[in-house]
Ligand binder design. Structure first.
Ligand SMILES: Cc1cc2nc3c(=O)[nH]c(=O)nc-3n(C[C@H](O)[C@H](O)[C@H](O)COP(=O)(O)OP(=O)(O)OC[C@H]3O[C@@H](n4cnc5c(N)ncnc54)[C@H](O)[C@@H]3O)c2cc1C
Length: 367
């Protein structure tokens, strides 16, 4: 079995799969090492939004990076389909954030103005009152005051996305090793050695993309990844007739007809249990937005852990003392998959992150 590569990516979730695919696409022999089924995996429990409105409010670099990914997404989805035959069911019909009170509406309007201020030429949105919103969303409840619409948003099937990226990676000669927890990373000259229980892997580049695992791995390459878990719960309904052809922040109808309900945030450490109180809160918001959901059965609920940084912005770094070592952590791995594969990975391949990412280094947290 081959044990020497141009690059090794640690973590086979959404970030690792996107970056691994991007490196292989760039012509690098690449291995992805993944810990396996015991791991905390945001990649398998998320909501599937490719979301621009609300990303980077007060942080223009993140707003730009998100917009860049959203703009690349259609081309990315098409390339995955051409390479693998897998339709990731991406669409970009725009997205809506629903407001259930005047106070929510005013706060939303302020946030959208701020985001528009960061990206004067690019970001567009409309604040819609109840009547205008009902034209987009049939079945809207009377309690809905209005909300924001942005044409840049979309959604995708996140599990198909994972499968497509991993298959495309494999087809390009990439090597995915499961049950391969990275235990130790060392550098000898220009080569890194990653120790796993199945043996050592050597590579000229190493990318930490291990989600919450990055926190412990970072110090091995003289970096810092101060990530913490933030729990989100999701409910999924039985299949219903198509009623929602535009995703909203809390409710979206999938290509298969099920309705996903979510967007809770809890700071409870590594607890992955589903809790009735939170489930009731998110169901309540969904029912008030679309009253007919009262008659729809929930068939599944789960909780998953977001990979959260101290300020909510992604972290991208390269090690100064161990050149060739890179890291990536974020809580928008679906949205950013396109830019991770098509922009971030080529930066890693060429050995230098783009200047636009300088402000997203973890050095911003240094006092
Ligand atoms: C409830 C919820 C809803 C979300 N909704 C959205 C959304 O709508 N849109 C969006 O863009 N994002 C969303 N996200 C965020 C998105 O899912 C994450 O950004 C993304 O999954 C993070 O991917 P990751 O690869 O960094 O981490 P993970 O998916 O957690 O994967 C990390 C991988 O690293 C591996 N690993 C860890 N340590 C090691 C080690 N030492 N050696 C080898 N492997 C290791 C693990 O096995 C794991 O497979 C949501 C997240 C949650 C929890």
């Amino acid at each position: 079995m081959r044990n020497t590569f141009d690059a090794v990516v640690i973590g086979g979730g959404l970030l690792g799969s996107a970056i691994g695919f991007g490196l292989a696409r760039h012509g690098l022999t690449t291995a992805i090492l993944d810990e396996g089924d015991i791991a905390y995996r945001a990649a398998r429990g998320n909501f599937g939004l490719v979301w621009v409105q609300s990303k980077g409010i007060g942080a223009p670099i993140y707003a730009d990076w998100t917009m860049r990914s959203s703009d690349l997404w259609s081309e990315f989805a098409l390339e995955l389909q051409e390479r693998t035959g897998i339709d990731v069911i991406h669409s970009r019909p725009g997205g809506i954030h629903i407001c259930l009170s005047e106070a929510e509406f005013e706060e939303r309007a302020r946030k959208m103005m701020t985001l528009g201020g960061h990206q004067k030429e690019k970001f567009t949105h409309e604040m819609l009152d109840h009547k205008a919103m009902a034209e987009h969303l049939p079945g809207l409840g009377p309690e809905v005051v209005g909300g924001s619409f942005s044409p840049h948003d979309g959604h995708v099937n996140p599990l198909r996305l994972m499968r497509a990226m991993q298959r495309a990676f494999g087809d390009l000669g990439g090597d995915i090793r499961t049950d391969s927890r990275a235990l130790k990373i060392t550098q000898d000259g220009e080569s890194f050695s990653v120790q796993t229980k199945g043996g050592d892997i050597s590579a000229g580049r190493v990318v930490l993309a291990a989600g919450l695992g990055n926190r412990d791995l970072a110090s091995m390459v003289d970096l810092d990844q101060p990530v913490r878990p933030v729990k989100g719960q999701i409910m999924v309904s039985e299949r219903v007739q198509p009623f929602l052809n535009i995703p909203t922040t809390h409710v979206r109808q999938t290509g298969e007809g099920t309705v996903m309900i979510g967007d809770s945030h809890e700071e409870v450490g590594f607890d992955l249990s589903s809790t009735p109180r939170i489930a009731r809160d998110i169901a309540d918001r969904a029912r008030r937005s679309f009253p007919f959901l009262n008659r729809v059965r929930i068939v599944r609920t789960w909780a998953a852990l977001r990979v959260m940084t101290p300020d909510g912005l992604p972290i991208y770094d390269q090690s100064e003392s161990m050149p060739g070592a890179f890291s990536a952590s974020c809580h928008s791995g679906v949205t950013l998959a396109a830019v991770h594969a098509m922009t971030y990975a080529p930066y890693v391949a060429e050995g230098k992150l783009g200047r636009e990412l300088a402000g997203l280094s973890a050095r911003r947290f240094d006092v």
